[in-house]
Ligand binder design. Structure first.
Ligand code: HEC
Length: 116
């Protein structure tokens, strides 16, 4: 089973029980949410433009400054960002509402988005 199908089944397949997940119109997208969120909270360390000594320890290659980068690392972004104790960003910052929006974006649209 593809990851996209799995997420669809796990996330969007049960909107009734989950209180209407994935019914936002228009859905959250890289353009209307993700780019700003990642830019504010993640890309200061995780950017393809940053050399190793400007990343504050963020591993080389884990770059979240493009849609493709976030798609590639989607499951790690979820684990490290959605729970308040996930550890990213290391200094905290995102509100609970923003973390919930990251979860919604990942569940509902990230993996089927195409670069604008
Ligand atoms: C101040 C710099 C900094 C910021 C900002 C930051 N990170 Fe990190 N990130 C790190 C460091 C250092 C590591 C390596 C240590 C670790 O994994 O905790 C890391 C590792 C990671 C990893 C790889 C490890 C794993 O668990 O797979 C992911 C994915 C990640 N960060 C996601 C994010 C996301 C998403 C954000 C924004 C919500 C973010 N980071 C913001 C510094 C940062």
């Amino acid at each position: 089973m593809s990851l996209g199908l799995f997420l669809w089944l796990a996330g969007c397949g049960a909107p009734a029980e989950s209180g209407g997940a994935c019914d936002r119109d228009p859905p959250l997208s890289y353009t209307n949410f993700g780019q700003g969120f990642m830019g504010r909270h993640c890309a200061g360390c995780h950017s393809s433009l940053l050399p190793e000594d400007h990343r504050n320890g963020a591993p080389l290659g884990i770059d979240l400054d493009t849609l493709e980068g976030v798609q590639k690392w989607a499951e790690r972004v979820r684990v490290r960002t959605v729970p308040t104790d996930g550890g990213m960003p290391p200094g905290g910052g995102p509100t609970e509402q923003e973390r919930a929006m990251v979860s919604e974006w990942l569940d509902c649209s990230l993996l089927v988005e195409e670069a604008p």
